[in-house]
Design a protein around this ligand. Structure first.
Ligand SMILES: [Zn+2]
Length: 320
């Protein structure tokens, strides 16, 4: 009998597409919610915030014994960003109350965290469940993944981990975050419609089933710039860089991932990594049992219980 891990790794293109769609929507959504002072640096602030938030939620869920946040150095090396870039942007976020630095030097979020960020986190659990439901409908995971009774906090943590897994594929491609994000976004945006295929069809799901050329739209550069909140000239510079020419197909003002990139061993390896880690994260959410850490976390997330009990209650609490 094949396990969830086998099924998801087999369907690695589909799993990554669905994960990427949710990860990018969430990332772009966070970018749109950032205070205007951070807008220009959002491609650096977003990964830092996600990394710090992930760390805080993990520590809260483990309990009060692990109270210290990561150092700036640890954040810089985990995100593969220059120390000075991270230090400067962390300071910028400290100045406006989005990040707090303890006397010990640990970087964390203020308690309670900024309301905008807390709302965004709670959306993440909905996004993760939506991704699981889409995969299930397309036959890329087992029935009832992340079913009722799973903890929202645990889903939030898993969704933040998914972002970091996607970001970690920079090692495969030797790209910086903005370039990596752009190529993943292009891959995902050019075939987003494939996830609307009827159930059980697993369209272009496996490593050896690359979407046909006619199934892959060219994404206008202007649209990419708008989605990413970066200038058109930056997008233009990346897709025109001879060093990245093998990644992209160009037509007029549109761009899509090249056949060479989509079939490359490196890309397939990244797909299998994302799919495998997603299977592991789903199983972790299902194994999770709420403890005192979860109750504490509800307060950090500005959402005292019983918001978890049912979707109806959650909606109500959200409205309040
Ligand atoms: Zn829990």
């Amino acid at each position: 009998m094949s396990t969830r891990l086998d099924v998801m790794r087999l369907n690695c293109r589909l799993v990554t597409r669905v994960v990427a769609e949710q990860v990018f929507a969430a990332t772009l959504d966070l970018g749109a919610r950032l205070p205007p002072q951070l807008a220009r640096a959002r491609m650096v602030c977003i990964p830092i915030l996600i990394s710090v938030t992930r760390d805080l939620i993990d520590r809260e869920m483990r309990g009060p014994a692990i109270a210290r946040g990561p150092s700036i150095n640890a954040i810089a090396s985990s995100l593969e960003l220059p120390f000075e870039t991270v230090r400067r942007n962390v300071q910028k976020m400290v100045d406006i109350g989005w990040i707090a630095i303890a006397e010990t030097g640990g970087v964390s979020l203020p308690s309670p965290m900024p309301a905008t960020l807390a709302d965004w986190c709670l959306d993440l659990s909905r996004r993760l469940r939506r991704a699981a439901a889409t995969m299930e409908a397309l036959g890329a995971t087992d029935r009832g993944s992340l079913g009722s009774g799973t903890c929202d906090n645990s889903c939030v943590l898993a969704a933040l981990d998914q972002f970091l897994v996607m970001a970690s594929t920079s090692k495969h491609f030797d790209l910086r975050f903005t370039e990596l994000f752009l190529i993943h976004l292009v891959c995902s945006a050019s075939v987003a419609h494939l996830n609307n295929q009827p159930s059980g069809t697993t369209p272009f799901a496996r490593a050896d089933t690359i979407p046909h050329a006619e199934e892959r739209a060219f994404v206008p550069l202007a649209e990419l710039a708008r989605m990413l909140g970066i200038s058109r000239s930056t997008v233009y510079r990346i897709v025109s860089d001879p060093a990245y020419a093998h990644l992209f197909d160009r037509r007029g003002n549109g761009v899509r991932a090249s056949d060479g990139f989509l079939t490359s061993a490196t890309y397939v390896e990244a797909l299998e990594l994302v799919a495998g880690r997603t299977a592991t994260l789903f199983s972790r959410v299902e194994r999770h049992r709420c403890g005192r850490g979860c109750t504490a976390l509800d307060h950090v997330l500005r959402r005292p219980r019983p918001w978890r009990q049912s979707p109806g209650v959650a909606q109500h609490a959200h409205a309040g």
